[in-house]
Ligand binder design. Structure first.
Ligand code: XMP
Length: 519
């Protein structure tokens, strides 16, 4: 398939570049900036994009592309587009000059387009673009032409038509650059001449065939299902390809939301007719291990390890019954993989996030049908496969479940209290038609007792905090400005209906400095 390769120089918008290109029906893939030549040759990209990045190209340890890779691009005349840092790097590598500028340019800027052809075909003479840079090109190498300027940036875009090299100082991938999609379309279609082969409809058919071929006519596959979008879509694809040769394992760790265990089973067993759906009620197992554990990291670790232990044990039992089990499927999606391989130095560990990767000593071959998809693509595929919208649009729910929303040591009583309050909250938010407008909304159990009054009685109960955020990608988030009347209704219901809470707080912390979850 025709592919555009995005080399990652640490830019926060790297995924956005690749997503925008896929939205234009061309497959895009991200690799680290220092990827070896043989890997790039194997992909044989029709075009390459050097992403933006936080560094300055003249700093000694700034990220570079491998020398032989750059020579290969030049020799083969593979169309090349540099964005921001990438725009500078190309020029530096070819002998031009980059310097810091006394004024940083950040935000919306007017671009004066000097040549409305090739990369800028069908642009107007003035366009709004999004800038974020402190460095500038001072001098272009020979053979380069300036395509656009801004008031403070005399070389805001360039081209070298002979070499098929282009650069833009601004970010065509962000929505504030209004003609960004036109510029990317010009690059992938007119310049790199990619065929539009990335269509999700074809993807489903191809993937089902791929699974059938890979697994063969006899072998069986094991898949852990959580009830979330990724593992559900993986399950349905595998089921379509293999039918009852798919064995799903669904673990109730006692940290799920109200009715969740029943709903997930109902969906897979009854609605979708999965025969080999193995439900494991492990509430006691998990809660025993979590008894008196207060430290959040410790809680996360125990939950992760306990899950692996159970999963391994169940797999062994199933392997005894079905010796043809040869594959382990996972709902890994593209950002999971690319983040794991991230080159950037930024990843300071804040929480030991993320769902356990299963142990490498399992002798099963890994199957990851969603590994090249973004979340929104997974959602679209899910809808095409007939999954209900309610599941598709479900808010993210952390792997360690309610344990990270029930502060301090967890026990069944606290969890049940939290489940009841959370259920009321979600019910009211859905009734108000706001669920799909929020990234997440949930209750948190704060085990601090305060005094209240109910009727004629004094109460002494715990605090329920409501966390509601809006976000695009969970990297940053703003607390949602919910209506007072609605909050009033929710708080009143929680206090009246849930024994164990007598006070409700609304969390008005943004991320950063807060995180979305409490632990
Ligand atoms: P934080 O709390 O770091 O969360 O702002 C960012 C996003 O990640 C989700 N989250 C998790 N998801 N396993 C997950 O699958 C985890 O351990 C985990 N911890 C946090 C969180 O719900 C939010 O969407």
């Amino acid at each position: 398939m025709d592919t555009i390769l995005v080399l990652d120089f640490g830019g926060q918008y790297c995924h956005l570049i690749s997503r925008r290109i896929r939205d234009l029906s061309v497959y895009a893939e991200i690799l680290p900036h220092d990827t070896d030549l043989d890997k790039i040759e194997k992909i044989s990209p029709k075009g390459i994009i050097f992403s933006g990045g936080p560094d300055s190209v003249y700093e000694p340890n700034s990220p570079k592309v491998k020398k032989d890779v750059f020579e290969f691009i030049l020799k083969k005349k593979i169309p090349l587009l540099g964005i921001c840092y990438g725009h500078h790097l190309i020029i530096q590598l070819l002998g031009g000059k980059i310097e810091p500028h006394e004024r940083k340019e950040y935000g919306r800027t007017t671009l004066n387009v000097l040549h409305a052809d090739s990369l800028f075909q069908s642009l107007d003479s003035e366009e709004t673009v999004w800038m974020s840079h402190g460095d500038q090109i001072r001098q272009l190498p020979k053979g380069f032409k300036i395509l656009a300027t801004t008031d403070t940036c005399p070389i805001a875009a360039y081209e070298n038509k002979d070499q098929s090299i282009f650069g833009v100082q601004f970010h065509p991938e962000v929505v504030h650059t209004l003609k960004g999609p036109v510029i990317l379309e010009n690059f992938i279609s007119t310049i790199a001449q990619c065929k539009k082969e990335w269509k999700l409809g074809n993807w489903i058919e191809n993937t089902i065939n791929w699974i059938k071929q890979k697994v063969g006519p006899k072998n069986r596959v094991i898949l852990g299902v959580s009830g979330g979008v990724d593992s559900s879509v993986t399950a349905i694809l595998l089921h379509k390809a293999l039918n009852d040769r798919l064995h799903c394992i669904f673990v109730n760790n006692g940290l799920l939301r109200k009715n969740e265990a029943e709903e997930v089973q109902e969906r897979f067993k009854k609605k979708l007719g999965f025969k080999n759906f193995h439900y494991i009620d492990a509430e006691d197992f998990f809660l025993n291990k979590l008894k008196n554990i207060e430290d959040p990291e410790e809680k996360r670790k125990i939950i992760g390890h306990s899950f692996i232990e159970l999963f391994e044990q169940t797999t062994k039992e199933l392997e005894q019954l079905y010796p043809d089990i040869k594959f382990l499927a996972q709902g890994t999606i593209y950002p999971d993989r690319v983040e794991t391989a991230a080159t950037s130095k930024v990843a300071a560990k804040i929480k030991s996030h993320h769902n356990v990767t299963l142990p490498s000593n399992m002798k099963l071959e890994l199957l990851e049908p969603l590994k090249d998809l973004y979340k929104d693509e997974v959602r679209k595929i899910g809808l095409k496969l007939g999954l209900d919208e309610e599941l598709i649009n479900r808010h993210p729910f952390p792997g360690p479940g309610l344990a990270v929303r029930c502060l301090g040591a967890v026990d069944k009583h606290k969890l049940d209290t939290l489940r009841e309050a959370d259920h009321i909250l979600i019910e009211e938010i859905k009734k108000a038609g706001l669920y799909n407008e929020l990234w997440q909304i949930f209750c948190v159990f704060i085990p601090v007792k305060t005094v209240g009054i109910m009727g004629d009685y004094r109460t002494y109960e715990n605090i329920c905090s409501i966390r509601a955020v809006q976000s695009k990608d969970a990297m940053t988030a703003n607390f949602a400005k919910l209506d007072w009347e609605l909050l009033d209704k929710i708080a009143t219901r929680i206090i009246n209906e849930v024994k164990g809470f007598n006070r409700v707080l609304y969390d008005i912390t943004n991320k950063p400095p807060g995180t979305i979850e409490y632990e």
